[in-house]
Design a protein around this ligand. Structure first.
Ligand SMILES: [Fe+2]
Ligand SMILES: [Fe+2]
Length: 190
């Protein structure tokens, strides 16, 4: 039987949290050494864009939120806060991705500014996401239980699972699960 939609989202939150932990480790490394693990940060951007946004937030934004809004006018306030948090998180990742090519610039000032932008936005993202996830655990998931019938939750769980079974999607999801675990390992210094 397909897992409930909130269980599926909660499992994905665990992978997101692994990468958030890696972001905090990277911020500490940048502050300690003045250097950036550019490859690791590029992997964090990849994970965040394609798994956190492309898969997880897409399920929330395209399937769950419209369904909840259809069932309960009272859900609209919560959903608009959650959407603005998704957008704030995307802003952080855009800033990191834009700064990343400058990390190795021969212009020291330019490279220094890029490292500062990356550290600040990794820190902000790693601050925002756990709060966002906490809100979904404590407000959104209970709201789903309250507003959606058991049958509707089963339907939504099937829709979520179908997204994961689309051609190419299952392999990509597996790859991002592995990447989250790899990033959660402490990096080699250097
Ligand atoms: Fe969310
Ligand atoms: Fe979420």
């Amino acid at each position: 039987m397909t897992e409930s939609p909130s269980r599926q989202l909660a499992d994905e939150h665990d992978y997101v949290q692994l990468v958030v932990g890696a972001m905090n480790t990277e911020v500490a490394y940048i502050e300690r050494t003045g250097r950036v693990h550019a490859d690791r940060v590029a992997q964090m951007v990849d994970f965040t864009r394609n798994f956190t946004d492309g898969d997880h937030h897409a399920k929330e934004e395209d399937l769950l939120f419209p369904f909840l809004e259809e069932r309960s006018a009272a859900a609209a306030g919560t959903i608009s806060v959650l959407l603005s948090e998704h957008e704030a998180a995307r802003d952080c990742i855009r800033a990191i991705a834009a700064a990343l090519p400058d990390v190795d610039s021969t212009d020291a000032e330019r490279a220094g500014a890029a490292k500062t932008v990356i550290a600040e936005n990794l820190r902000l993202y790693a601050f925002l996401l756990p709060l966002h996830i906490g809100k979904e655990d404590s407000v959104l998931f209970p709201l789903m239980e309250e507003v959606l019938s058991v049958q509707e939750q089963e339907m939504l769980g099937e829709d979520f699972a179908r997204v994961g079974r689309e051609p190419g999607s299952a392999a990509a999801v597996e790859r991002y699960h592995r990447l989250a675990h790899t990033l959660a390992e402490p990096p080699a210094e250097g």
